[in-house]
Design a protein around this ligand. Structure first.
Ligand SMILES: NC(=O)c1ccc[n+]([C@@H]2O[C@H](COP(=O)([O-])OP(=O)(O)OC[C@H]3O[C@@H](n4cnc5c(N)ncnc54)[C@H](OP(=O)(O)O)[C@@H]3O)[C@@H](O)[C@H]2O)c1
Length: 437
């Protein structure tokens, strides 16, 4: 036998057992998810459920590559209850792997959302995941990133997403996951990938849309936060658009979040002096005491915005705007003449576009301001240079980050509600599964 480490089951002996299947001679054990799975003669083999499948993969990473012949068998599919599966046949003996992800949970809208999202705007449903086709990968999600842009995307108001989500729609979301099955030559089972997997536990996607993530370079979750899209946004703003220089003064709103906090710290590393605006005293203490900003103002306190004028001195050279609306106007009021404003986000308006009002254009005129809009996707090709700059600072403790985590896909809606009402403290993440299955 070419590879005894992989469970061997003869086709005619396979029969359905709940979420999996078993051979006649195999004894059933319970896996940690409570499903019946077969125990084979050797450890980590005979995979019949996703968890055990991953065990088999870990036990023998060459599992897939060893298979010379792979085909689906309709007759077999019928016998195991129309579940997707793959038959591996490397040596003439048939190895059966049931690929059913019977318990894929996804979060969908209960109805179209009005205003600030509420936990009850979302519900969890169970669905199946298709078997990956040529060029595709099946991914088990580990971390799901919750980001403010998802709110306008849900409403069909995002530049990249103009179709509103209605009842039953699943929001988009970037994920870090581990490949369960690969049908692309450049990807292997067990690889970690970053892609837009959505608010669910598993996804099947074109491998070309995923990027591999090396867990040895940085903790997996950071690829969604300080070293991921929000960090790249900060880098693009302060280095590429504002072109910060030593000695300049920088002001940033939503300063305790992943974009604001990373931006301020990059600017400090480049010799700038940084002040922030945030929504609570606790956030402000973090921004000054832990991150090292000169000042942080709580915009909900009574002395704001007078306090902004006080700390501004001669004015700020650069303002990075995450909020829009009145906060943008107040910041323009304390900008130096010829200063730069990077327009990045509209936190004050995502939940309620009626809040949007025109900026009094006399303000940037009087300031001779240079105003630049930012879309992070324009900087995708800068990801590596950004990573190479910032990752060492994180390792050396010069740049810090904070994560606002919740565990369990069923808590995604409530966590999104927390983010969109400004109650998150750090990068909003949902932990969907363990890093190693
Ligand atoms: N242009 C791009 O390509 C791009 C890319 C990434 C991110 N962004 C934008 O960058 C901004 C920051 O993103 P992030 O991921 O770092 O988010 P974040 O800071 O973790 O969360 C958003 C924060 O906005 C603040 N906020 C201010 N006004 C608010 C209001 N009216 N309602 C609710 N929250 C309010 C809240 O903090 P406080 O307690 O401090 O108010 C909240 O925690 C967002 O606007 C986002 O859309 C843009």
């Amino acid at each position: 036998m070419a590879d005894r480490r992989i469970g061997i089951v003869e086709l005619h002996e396979v029969q359905a057992t709940g979420g999996g299947a078993r051979g006649r001679d195999q004894r059933l054990i319970r896996n940690p998810r409570g499903r019946d799975v077969p125990e084979s003669a050797e450890p980590g083999i005979g995979a019949m459920a996703p968890l055990n499948y991953l065990e088999a993969e870990r036990f023998d990473p060459e599992f897939q590559r060893a298979a010379q012949v792979r085909h689906s068998n309709r007759d077999m599919r019928d016998r195991v209850g129309h579940k997707p599966y793959t038959i591996w046949e490397p040596t003439g003996q048939i190895q059966v792997h049931i690929m059913t992800i019977a318990a894929n949970k996804k979060v969908v809208l209960t109805h179209a959302i009005e205003g600030v999202p509420k936990p009850q705007d979302f519900r969890v449903i169970e669905s199946t995941v298709d078997e990956p086709q040529d060029g595709q990968i099946l991914v088990r999600h580990i971390y799901l990133s919750l980001d403010p842009y998802q709110r306008p995307a849900i409403a069909g108001r995002h530049s990249a997403d103009r179709t509103p989500l209605g009842e039953g729609g699943m929001p988009t979301g970037e994920t870090i996951g581990q490949i369960v099955t690969s049908r692309h030559p450049d990807f292997s089972a067990g690889d970690y990938v970053r892609h837009f997997g959505g608010w669910q536990e598993f996804s099947v996607v074109d491998a070309a849309s995923a990027g591999t993530v090396d867990p040895a370079r940085a903790p997996l979750s950071t690829h969604l936060g300080v070293l991921g899209m929000p960090g790249l946004t900060a880098y693009a703003s302060i280095v590429k658009l504002a072109k910060v220089k030593a000695g300049q003064t920088v002001l940033v709103s939503a300063a305790a979040g992943p974009v604001g906090a990373t931006l301020g710290q990059i600017a400090m590393q480049m010799g700038a002096r940084v002040s922030g605006i945030a929504g609570s005293d606790e956030k402000c203490r973090y921004v000054t005491d832990e991150l090292g900003f000169d000042y942080c103002l709580n915009y909900k306190s009574d002395d704001y915005p007078a306090s902004l004028t006080e700390i501004a001195g001669q004015g700020f050279d650069i303002y990075h705007d995450n909020v829009g609306g009145r906060m943008l106007e107040e910041a323009l009021g304390v900008l130096k003449p010829y200063g730069t404003v990077v327009l990045c986000g509209l936190m004050s308006q995502y939940n309620n576009p009626d809040e949007a009002k025109g900026l009094y254009i006399g303000l940037p005129i009087m300031k001779r301001a240079v105003m630049k809009g930012l879309v992070v996707f324009d900087y995708e090709d800068r990801r590596e240079e950004f990573f190479d700059l910032v990752a060492p600072w994180i390792r050396d403790g010069k740049v810090r980050y904070k994560e606002d985590r919740v565990a369990g896909i069923e808590n995604t809606g409530a966590h999104f509600s927390r983010l969109m009402s400004g109650r998150n403290f750090g990068k909003a993440l949902v932990v969907i599964g363990p890093e190693s299955a």
